[in-house]
Design a protein around this ligand. Structure first.
Ligand code: PHB
Length: 392
């Protein structure tokens, strides 16, 4: 963002001279959708898949939502929370997007929340699992199509305990998602009688894991539960095997550990069990159609990140049809989003009262280079949404 644009925009904001949302939704005007996503860095592949799936879904709707042609405005957020306020303002204040989507990184999402709560921009979070998005900072104008970190981490505790793993080491990237993911896991693990041998926090996005892996080998826990994602997850899975731990100390995590990284991780990923709200092998017609369309359009295999992008557009398509594309009718548009029901590639999808998906969490295992579904770890998982009261 140019510094002058941001200053000008902020001055305009202060003077209260920005157009109200209703005035912006001029009849026949293009629907501006902002994408705040990482297109560089360790989460780049995640951002690309979300964006590509959104655009693919939009093409399937004839390039229009609610009768309005779409104009995409995308910003590379670099998964950098420090740059997030500037990047969000560039889309919200500078570009005046009708709808803001993204990000991947929870720290970026926290900065985004501060601004969109104030500006009342209709926002759909397409990955970041930060609890506050649909918890303490929840807002009528903010929805999430992905997950909360509690949803994908808590159920893994019972899975590990059932397998007889009573002593675990936790290892994670040390920012909000990793911290909250570990807290959710520990809640379930200690309830079921498990104990934590050691917590290893790694600065994001560092991938120097060797010293920590030696420590894990010497401490000999029953199992290890981790949060890493994207390129860092592929490196971790390979390093774990190279350190001789694979086959000796079972490795678990929320599904991001193996999602979208099987090609890069290769045989090192075989056998790893994870919990997530999606698996590529889910046998339902919506998943089949989605995966075929994504492969055809991108020559890549779809993953959980692409699912969130796809569903974001499906949800918007349903809701915008109801209000005939009038994003200025925000109250009605929010009500329409709240009543969205999707036949998602992940299974049945609806928003909770806090605007987070209510969804099944699957136990998956990597077998033959694929995520095979072993069962449902938690049926209809609904985030506790602590601290959220949208008055319903
Ligand atoms: C997050 O920061 O919320 C996050 C990032 C990458 C993932 C999952 C969650 O794969």
């Amino acid at each position: 963002m140019s510094a002058s644009l941001s200053r000008r925009s902020l001055l305009a904001l202060a003077a209260g001279s920005l157009a109200a949302p209703r005035a912006r939704a001029a009849a026949g005007a293009k629907l501006k959708i902002g994408l705040l996503l990482p297109f560089s860095g360790t989460y780049a592949a995640l951002g690309v898949n979300i964006a590509d799936a959104m655009k693919l879904a939009a093409r399937e709707h004839g390039g229009k939502l609610g009768g309005r042609e779409i104009e995409w405005v995308q910003v590379d957020d670099e998964s950098d929370p420090a740059k997030a306020p500037g990047n969000v303002n560039r889309l919200v204040v500078g570009e005046k997007v009708d709808i803001l989507t993204g990000p991947v990184h929870s720290g970026v999402a926290m900065a985004m929340m501060q601004i969109v709560r104030q500006e009342k921009t209709l926002t759909i979070v397409t990955n970041a699992g930060a609890q506050a998005v649909t918890g303490t900072l929840c807002a009528p104008n903010v929805f999430r199509t992905s997950f909360s970190n509690w949803q994908v981490s808590y159920p893994c505790a019972e899975v590990m305990l059932k397998a007889g793993h009573k002593k675990a080491i936790l290892m994670f990237w040390n920012y909000s998602f990793g911290q909250e993911s570990m807290a959710a896991f520990k809640e379930g693990y200690s309830k079921g009688g498990g104990s934590i041998v050691k917590e290893i926090a790694v600065p994001f996005p560092n991938t120097e894991f060797q010293a920590n892996l030696s420590e894990i080998a010497s401490l000999k826990p029953d199992a290890v539960f981790v949060f890493f994602a994207g390129a860092g997850a592929a490196k971790f899975v390979k390093d774990y095997a190279d350190a001789g731990l694979k086959g000796k100390i079972p490795l678990y995590g929320s599904g991001f550990l193996t999602e979208g990284v099987l090609g890069a991780a290769g045989p090192a990923a075989e056998g790893i069990k994870t919990t997530l709200h999606y698996a590529e092998t889910l046998d339902n017609p919506a998943n089949k159609k989605f995966r075929e369309a994504f492969k055809k359009a991108t020559a890549r295999d779809a993953d959980v990140y692409a699912v969130a992008g796809w569903d974001t557009i499906q949800a918007l398509a349903q809701a915008l049809d109801k209000v005939k594309g009038d994003t200025g009718a925000q109250k009605e548009l929010i009500a329409a989003l709240e009543s969205v029901r999707l036949d998602s590639p992940r299974g049945a999808f609806r928003f909770s009262k806090a605007h987070n998906p209510v969804q099944d969490i699957y136990l998956r295992q990597v077998k033959g280079g694929q995520q095979v579904v072993l069962g449902v770890a938690q049926k209809g998982a609904e985030d506790p949404a602590a601290g959220c009261n949208l008055g319903k």
